[in-house]
Design a protein around this ligand. Sequence first.
Ligand code: DO4
Ligand code: MG
Length: 275
Amino acid sequence: MSLYRTESGCIVEHEKKLYLVGSTWDELIARDDLEKHLKERVSGTRELNKSVEESGILAPIGSQEVWAAGVTYYRSRDARMEEAKSAGGGDFYDRVYTAARPELFFKGTASRVVRHGGKVGIRSDATWSVPEPELALLISPSGKILGYTIGNDMSSRDIEGENPLYLPQAKVYNRSCALGPGVVVSSELPSPSTEIRLQILRGGELVFSGSTLLSAMKRDLATLVEYLYRDNVFPSGSFLLTGTGVVPPDTFTLAHGDEIRISISGVGTLVNVVG
Ligand code: DO4
Ligand code: MG
């Protein structure tokens, strides 16, 4: 079952049929019984006769905060150690990769989040920008994982590499995050064989393609959520991007007009253009 936020309202896709649900996004995300609630809501409801696209797809976020985990894959640890080497920061990344406490950072709010099909941003003062394809968890105010979607943790690698203390500037700026298209609502977490794939097209030509499996992630999803919610209250719930395991080569930087396609098996494809 998937949940979409659209200009016509919240839409549920259940057994290949679409239904309009007359509740706000935040009302739904406040429910720990979301999956059961949506199943009840759609039974006996008339099927919607227009597609999610025709309904005007929006980013699946209301008042939720977006947070992100870092260095959860060996590939990210490696890339970060290399980019921060001359700044003496390489060691931090190795230490956080093996530490019990994960790296968690604030990524943004709805105003910085772009919908499927929208334009993501690169910083005007960055020289090395990349997308980060990540599984994003949707978590209720009480800390229950309600479902998951696709996240793009846009990053300025030259800025974070210059000094790890610049991380918030490298990560949080206008249109620095994309989420969607919708959320898979499920009490079951995605399986370790779930594939996360990134493709970047420039002028219609594929300039980068890479993928990883969820099984390559070093951290346990529930433990990441437990750390995020420890001594921290999220009255409207939250999204947690769970880190990247796909990093383009160091010679690659995004340019205006590039198309970024992130696919996660069982979820779909999130497409954005740099603009
Ligand atoms: O520590 C820097 C950011 C790491 C990150 O965003 C990732 O591993 O996905
Ligand atoms: Mg990331």
